[in-house]
Structure formats: C-alpha cells, structure tokens
Design a protein around this ligand. Structure first.
Ligand code: ACO
Length: 157
C-alpha cells in the first residue's frame, strides 16, 4: 500500500473511489480546484496496481463568524470496502491534519458526518479526538441530520 499526497493527475481515480463509497459526490472541477489551491492537505492510498483505495479531500476555508481566521475542512473521506478496518482512514486523516497544521495557520479542523454513520463517527470521536460542535438538521440532500464535528487547536478567545 502506498500513501501519498493527492495530485491533479489522480482526479479520475479518486472520483471513482468516491462514487463507490459515498452518496456525496463532487464535480471534477471541485476536486481539481482543491488539489491546486491547497496541494498539501489531500491524500490518497493506492494498491500495487495504482488503484486508489482510499482518500481524504481537505480544504482551508475562512471561519463563518470570524472570516479572518482560517479553518481546516475535511470534505470527503472514504476507503473501499475490502480495505476497511486496516487503519487506512485513520492514517489518511492524521496526514491531512498534520499538513493543515504545518502549512496553514488554522484555528480548528471541522467536518460533517451523517448522524447514522457509526463507523465514521467512531473514527472521528474515539480515534481522532473530534467533538460534536452542533447538530445540523436536514443537512444532507436526503434530509438526514449531520453532526458538525471539530478539533480545536488554539484556545478560543
Ligand atoms: N464500526 C465501528 N467503528 C469503526 C468502523 C465500524 N464499521 N470502522 C472504523 N471504525 C472506527 C474504529 O474505532 C477503528 O479502530 P479499530 O479498527 O481499532 O477498532 C477506527 O475507526 C479506525 O478505522 P480505520 O481502519 O482507520 O477506518 P477505515 O479505513 O475502515 O475507514 C471509513 C473508515 C472511512 C468511515 C470507511 O468505513 C468508509 O469509507 N465508509 C464509507 C464512506 C464514509 O462513510 N466516509 C465518511 C463520511 S464523513 C466525511 O467524509 C467527512
């Protein structure tokens, strides 16, 4: 297994993995924009044939309330079914988090997860230390609620 930064040339393979694993899909333009704008913070895992079996897509955005503060966002994370429970998602998340902290002056890292997504929620809360920031009612296209989760890196004033 090879884990490395995602690059624009990986776009199609990452999108395949995303389409397999999640109903939340992004337009190719968004993937490309992210890789070019924040090249340090998205990672992938590939097998020996070069197939992408897992990825994390992250970005850096302004804080909603205090737009002069920068926030790390984990926009999409997934691992192909046959490669799950091997620690891949955790490794991808830790690499992305480290890159966000090292390369940008971020205050906290944020993500959204479906209320029913036990696997991802457990990973975020129990293995990575995210906490529920708030519940967002009807956040997803099918009406499911999301937990907005965060890891705060700097003391909030
Ligand atoms: N049930 C309960 N806990 C789980 C499960 C599960 N099915 N899967 C992972 N975890 C937790 C466990 O604590 C696990 O540690 P352990 O194996 O020592 O018990 C820990 O997460 C780390 O697991 P990893 O092996 O690193 O996770 P994996 O590589 O299997 O990927 C993921 C987890 C990404 C959630 C995978 O199941 C997946 O791709 N699911 C479909 C897509 C998805 O839901 N993505 C997240 C959407 S939210 C977002 O993108 C911001």
């Amino acid at each position: 297994m090879n884990i490395r930064r995602a690059e624009p040339k990986d776009l199609t393979k990452i999108q395949q993995c995303n389409l397999h694993n999640l109903p939340e899909n992004y337009h190719m333009r968004y993937w490309a924009y992210s890789f070019i704008t924040w090249p340090e913070v998205s990672y992938l895992a590939e097998d020996s044939s070069g197939r992408v079996v897992g990825y994390v897509l992250s970005s850096i955005e302004p804080d909603e309330q205090f737009p002069w503060l920068q926030v790390g966002h984990v926009n999409s994370l997934s691992v192909l079914r046959t490669y799950r429970r091997l620690g891949l998602a955790k490794r991808l998340m830790l690499l992305s988090q480290k890159a966000m902290i090292d390369s940008y002056n971020i205050e906290y890292i944020q993500l959204h997860v479906r209320k029913s997504n036990r696997a991802a929620f457990t990973l975020y809360r129990d293995k990575l230390g995210f906490q529920i920031h708030r519940k967002e009612v009807g956040y997803y296209g099918d009406g499911e609620d999301a937990y907005s989760m965060r890891i705060v890196l700097k003391p909030q004033s």
